[in-house]
Design a protein around this ligand. Sequence first.
Ligand SMILES: [Zn+2]
Length: 118
Amino acid sequence: MATTHQIKERIAAFARELAAAMGEVDDSDAFSWLDAVETKAIEIGDAVSVELVRQKSTDRPATDAESTCPQCGKLGRYRNHRERELISRRGPVTIREAEYFCPCCRKAFFPADPRDRR
Ligand SMILES: [Zn+2]
């Protein structure tokens, strides 16, 4: 895994690449040139965040073969992964998550990460 310093260097290189690709920022509707640049930077940051969440959820390894059904408390079996749209703090994102099936309830369920309940 890359260190924080290495990630910062890669972000700096990526930002230079993006700045070159963007060319001049249109500041005709902005309070100032700096405001226009920051607005564009925020849009790009949001898009990078959403893409990172999407990719990390897609690359996440297979989970447990069984998981506890939130409705009846019995074990359900892993069935497959499915895509789900959710609204992240940075905008809509499609994630992939493990789907389990409870034979007692005859329903699919998607166990939450226990850390989400904190
Ligand atoms: Zn159940």
